[in-house]
Design a protein around this ligand. Structure first.
Ligand code: AMP
Ligand code: ZN
Length: 471
């Protein structure tokens, strides 16, 4: 098997992947904030993590995959200012924050299941782990990393010399900016809240007692606390979208490493954004595209998966319905090709290990080169057209490759050739073609219905041809 090479944001290099414990990968992925549906951009992040997980499994690793559900304390801006997203969702829908969190957590799980994304080994909710977060803040306080302002307990980033190493932040440049724009109680522009106090005159729906007063956790602490709870002080992989590099993941490192005194994560992987013509896709800005929007427009979730598969995870994707249409056509052509091959395969076809092995090796080279599944897809197309492979070999390779693609290619059914269909049905189908030619669409539709009543579906193919599928 090829070595697995992954691009590590921490070093800005492609590196050979090595686990801490042999055969086991401990991986944490930042999950959804459940105050609204996921948009199709968010789903790209979970898709990229799914490809990563499938590649790890393909390489024989056992993967312990943890994902958090942010159901509290996530403020609209990265600077700990603005409204709480959960409370905003609650006000918008006239439900409690707990109901909002449950509803959108279930919606999220449904979306990822429709996209054939393998669920994590463990989902953990921020609200189920308040004690762990308070314990970590206590640890930071004991080590002298915190200070208290009127509205919360803050992390003093000047106390952590490696602050910003993941993002390669220009701290001095940011500090200069601070003199012009910054005027609150924060000591450094990059300082962030660990614990926020509930407003004195307001009862929040979600708030907890703490050694510092009633309030709620800042939005970075849950990931440091929960990832270490489930995966240990140092673990293998941490993922998220690229937007998390400069703030969220930077702060996760500052919290976790200051507390444990050890390296937090060995490999940081980040997925690029899906963008729209009008720019960034954002949940907090109202209108956005959901998976259900695509389904309502007649696309299948797997059309969208195929669309995502075509582009490497570290490249931006511009979303448009034209691009999605092109992907759907490609996916339909792929399924037709596989259906045709399935109908041609014979029981007597035997698989030549040397011939399939050559393709399996090339496939490993693609996916193990920083998860280049798109190139793997191009390889699939190449082998389907290759006349030196027999049909059984092609079908075998399709099913192996689909462990990574997750496109349900094994479920594609063989085309029922017209030869297997009773003469009466073929006769009706031929009459329907005649009716279409003479533009008698009413009769053509009636014949289609009649064929259906008799248990067959006519599928129109290119160039006026048709095939018949048994229902
Ligand atoms: P959120 O629910 O906003 O915390 O985001 C969930 C995940 O989606 C995070 O890993 C983000 O980095 C990622 N994300 C947000 N917007 C996009 C986008 N337009 N394209 C790809 N990933 C995104
Ligand atoms: Zn996180």
């Amino acid at each position: 098997m090829e070595k697995l090479i992954l691009y590590n944001t921490l070093t800005r290099r492609k590196e050979e992947f090595r686990t801490i414990e042999p055969g086991i990968v401990k991986m944490y992925c930042c999950g959804p904030t459940v105050y609204n549906f996921a948009h199709i951009g968010n789903l790209r992040a979970y898709f990229f993590e799914d490809i990563l997980k499938r590649v790890l499994l393909y390489n024989g690793y056992n993967v312990k995959h943890v994902m958090n559900i942010t159901d509290v304390g996530h403020l609209v801006s990265d600077d700990d200012e603005g409204e709480d997203k959960m409370e905003k969702g609650s006000a918008r829908e006239g439900k409690t924050v707990w109901e909002i969190a449950n509803f959108y957590t279930e919606a999220f799980k449904k979306d990822i299941s429709l996209l054939n994304i393998i669920p994590p080994t463990i989902y953990c909710k921020a609200t189920d782990n308040i004690k762990e977060q308070i314990d970590m803040i206590k640890c930071l306080e004991a080590k002298g990393y915190t200070y208290t302002t009127a509205d919360g307990v803050y992390y003093d980033t000047s106390k952590f010399p490696e602050y910003g190493k993941l993002a390669m932040l220009d701290i001095e440049g940011l500090e200069e900016g601070k003199r012009i724009q910054f005027s609150d109680e924060k000591k450094n522009k990059t300082d962030f809240a660990l614990w926020k106090f509930s407003p004195k005159d307001e009862k929040r729906q979600m708030e907890w007692e703490s050694p510092w007063g009633v309030g709620f956790p800042g939005w970075h602490i849950e990931c440091s606390a929960m990832s270490q709870k489930y995966l240990g002080e140092t673990f293998d992989i941490h993922c998220g979208g690229v937007d998390h590099i400069p703030i969220h993941h930077t702060n996760e490192i500052a919290q976790a490493e200051a507390c444990s005194g050890k390296q937090f994560v060995n490999y940081w992987l980040h997925g690029e954004f899906l963008i729209e013509d009008k720019g960034k896709m954002s949940k907090s800005s109202g209108e956005f595209l959901r998976l259900q929007t695509l389904i309502d427009k007649g696309y299948s979730p797997l059309d969208y998966r195929y669309f995502l598969l075509m582009t490497h995870y570290r490249k931006k994707i511009k979303f448009s319905f034209d691009n999605l249409d092109a992907a759907r056509n490609g996916f339909n052509n792929l399924k037709s090709k596989i259906a045709e091959i399935k109908s041609l395969v014979k029981d007597s076809d035997s698989v030549d290990v040397a011939r399939t092995g050559k393709y399996l090796e090339r496939f490993s080279e693609c996916i193990n080169d920083d998860l280049n599944a798109g190139e793997g897809l191009a390889l699939l197309w190449e082998l389907l057209k290759n006349e030196t492979l027999n049909y059984a070999e092609k079908i075998l390779l399709v099913s192996v490759f689909d462990n990574i693609f997750g496109l349900d290619l094994e479920k594609v059914e063989a085309v029922k050739t017209n030869a297997d269909v009773p003469a009466e049905i073929i006769d009706l189908a031929e009459k329907r073609i005649e009716a279409k030619k003479s533009k008698n669409f009413k009769l053509a539709d009636e014949l289609r219905d009649l064929i259906k009543q008799k248990g067959y579906e006519v599928v129109d193919e290119k160039g006026g041809a048709y095939s018949l599928k048994q229902l």
